[in-house]
Design a protein around this ligand. Structure first.
Ligand code: SF4
Length: 458
């Protein structure tokens, strides 16, 4: 199994990796198929299924799909150009993808939310179709957005493909935490060192260095934008941004030496909330491992850099590599998708990754790192996904703050032990997978249960 650090942490746009980035990526893939086809096309159509339909409006899935069909991508997205393009499509009923002729596409009738049963392959399904001059479908593809911005076709899902892994051999192909620890022991290397060797085998050392530096830059820029932006978030819930107010208050208290010890939790929360408020506003974020859970990792890294005296930015790469190794195990053996296994798979996975990263850069042994990840994940088991109004705001924004606090506590507890512990990480991941299977669909990003139906006036 190989899942690159750049698959786990992808630069993209909010508010959702599965419901915004994934559909945009699927649309781009469909355009490639159209370009490779010998047929002439006249129009485009699409249908959104399962969770993509139920929470698609709140997650801007329709908008992302249309922009993807117009040639936009999550990495290069520009908000102003996107608005102008959408306006043009709405007013003309035509869409002009790059390197394809103008196509008939009326968003209101050509992109439908299907509230019937989900498609068989995954809770997040979508079908894209190209039509001829008579309106008959001449090309069609089913895509599944499986979480974290990953997209598979029906055929890829059926063959069990989980990543873009091209099969090039890597030196440390661990598929479980058990195998990972055994390889650490025989090689004498840390988890980050093994992961680095794997990444270099695929992409070379320079690519890794510049790529991880860019990831941290985008994560930290996102924190900074969130800490300096006020106002109300879009979507109609009238949720006010809070990160800036808390940050300003923390700075003032620190200036007056009035900070109580527990305010360190507020620092972590405000860093995480800054990211998730930016995500909710459709800003640029890094999936970690998803958009909904994008605040946990940056918050813990920033906490470490700003509040732990021994921290150094030189080791952020080790933090990211260790976290990516753990995230890969969770994705490969269970899920990082809220639509598949609830929020335990999103914020729970993010907390496990962040706890592992922090433990590693604070000098933890591989066994302590595995313990840190396990503690963080164990105490998110069973957590449901029930976003109010289908928006990635409530409970998601605060939840990232709490996820960061749990991650730091988990790393700290693990560092106080010797790495021996009762519940192996592999058992915890398997428990998460089984719990996800048992979980009612109401709690898997459909907004049909939990807070989504009990919060008044929604
Ligand atoms: S509740 Fe959790 S899984 Fe669901 S959208 Fe929010 S962050 Fe994602």
């Amino acid at each position: 199994m190989f899942l690159s650090v750049f698959d786990m942490f992808k630069i993209g746009i909010g508010p959702s990796s599965s419901h915004t980035m994934g559909p945009m990526v699927a649309a781009a893939r469909f355009l490639d198929r159209m370009r490779a086809s010998p047929f002439q096309f006249h129009g485009l159509r699409g249908t959104l299924h399962g969770s993509l339909a139920f929470t698609g409006i709140g997650h801007a899935t329709d908008r992302a799909t249309i922009l993807g069909l117009a040639g936009f991508s999550p990495e290069t997205y520009e908000a102003d150009a996107a608005e102008a393009t959408l306006e043009g499509i709405r007013s003309t009923g035509m869409i002009t993808p790059p390197d394809l002729p103008p196509l008939v596409f009326n968003p209101k009738q050509d992109l439908l939310f299907d509230y019937g049963p989900a498609l068989a392959g995954h809770a997040n399904g979508m079908v894209l179709m190209a039509t001829d001059a008579q309106g008959d479908v001449t090309l069609s593809e089913t895509y599944y957005s499986i979480g974290g911005g990953f997209v598979l076709t029906e055929a890829e899902l059926a063959e069990g493909k989980a990543t873009d892994d091209d099969g090039t051999p890597i030196p440390y192909p661990f598929k479980s935490a058990d195998e990972m620890l055994a390889m650490c022991k025989t090689s004498g290397k840390t988890i980050a060192q093994m992961k680095r060797d794997n990444e270099v085998a695929r992409g070379g050392p320079e690519n890794l260095k510049s790529g991880t530096a860019r990831l941290w830059q985008v994560m930290n820029d996102c924190i900074e934008r969130g800490l300096h932006t006020d106002g109300e978030l879009p979507g109609g819930l009238m949720v006010k941004r809070r990160a800036k107010g808390i940050y300003d208050a923390l700075l003032a208290e620190r200036g007056m030496n009035q900070s109580a010890p527990h305010t360190i939790n507020d620092w972590m929360s405000t860093y995480a909330m800054a990211v998730n408020e930016e995500n909710a506003a459709g800003g640029q974020v890094v999936t970690a491992p998803t958009n909904g859970a994008a605040g946990v990792m940056p918050a813990v890294i920033r906490y470490w850099l700003d509040h732990v005296p021994s921290a150094s930015e030189d080791r952020v790469e080790d933090f990211l590599l260790t976290a990516a190794a753990i995230g890969g195990l969770v994705k490969f053996n269970a899920s990082i998708s809220g639509a598949e296994a609830g929020c335990q798979a999103e914020v729970g996975s993010a907390a496990a990754m962040a706890a592992a990263g922090l433990c590693a850069v604070m000098g933890g042994t591989p066994e302590q790192v595995e313990n840190a990840a396990e503690i963080a994940l164990e105490h998110h088991l069973g957590m449901t996904c029930d976003p109010v109004k289908g928006l990635v705001q409530v409970p998601c924004i605060e939840r990232n703050g709490l996820g960061a606090i749990k991650a730091v506590s988990a790393a700290s507890l693990a560092l106080r032990g010797d790495g021996t512990h009762l519940v192996p990480l592999d058992a915890c991941i398997e428990t998460m997978r089984q719990t996800g299977l048992d979980m009612s669909e109401k709690y898997k990003e459909t907004s049909l249960g939990g807070l989504a139906v009990n919060v008044p006036n929604c």
